[in-house]
Design a binder for this molecule. Sequence first.
Ligand code: SF4
Length: 279
Amino acid sequence: KSDLKPIWCPGCGDFGVLQGIYRALAAIGRPPHEIAFVSGIGCSSRIPGYTTAYGFNSVHGRSLPIAQGIKMANPDLLVLAAGGDGDGFSIGGGHLAHMVRRNMDIAYIVMDNQIYGLTKGQLSPTSHKGLTTCTSRHGSLEEPVNPLLYMLAYGAGFVAQAAPTDLAGMATIIEAAIRYPGFAFVNIQSPCVTYGMEEQQIKGLKAMQESLEALGHDSSDRLAAMDLAQHYGRKLHLGVFYRNPEPPPTYGDLVKARQEELSKNALPVENILDLFIKK
Ligand code: SF4
């Protein structure tokens, strides 16, 4: 924990997410100087500043490419990325597919409150159809993005959902995402108490929530996970939708292996110089 006091509105769901991250990191036990925490722009993107990890509050929608650069430059760091639904699924949405296909060893936590909170309550990519906001006076005409379905369809190896209504469960899920050897995505329904819709508040979330474990969901079955993910916005399934039982190598592993392979046939430095220096 850093000495900074969060400046979120009293009751904001991001306080709960922060507690979940503290618990997960405490369970993992890596010292702060071995952790890099990258965010974009938005209320939730303040979160790295409330930890003692190396924090990088980047530009809007760009937490993932920056996190990727950090991980490739220093593979020993534990790298987390975080942000909101606008940051992650609108301006930053194009990065998701590439982060998944590269299988970067990064845990990405999205605080999804289905509204733009920092800029005072406009429609976000996950706002439901019909929602009335200051930018949709007569109700939104657009279908929302389904983050769970997108990530499962892209082929992500770890996809989960959590909510501050179940703090212990959320901490366990964040810890599992961090421990997953590859790209891991956690969508957290985090209420915006100032601009968020009624059913997104704690009472509404509790009424919608259902544990995937209690449903007997097999988290190694991607198609079953995609089936359940279609309930996004209507039901709040909490738990791990999908975890690849045989995680493939990460991008970092592949780059390291390629470097080792190429270095076997590399000419010694003195021979390279011979190519250019006439004797
Ligand atoms: Fe949280 Fe909403 Fe306040 Fe932002 S505006 S700090 S998301 S409650």
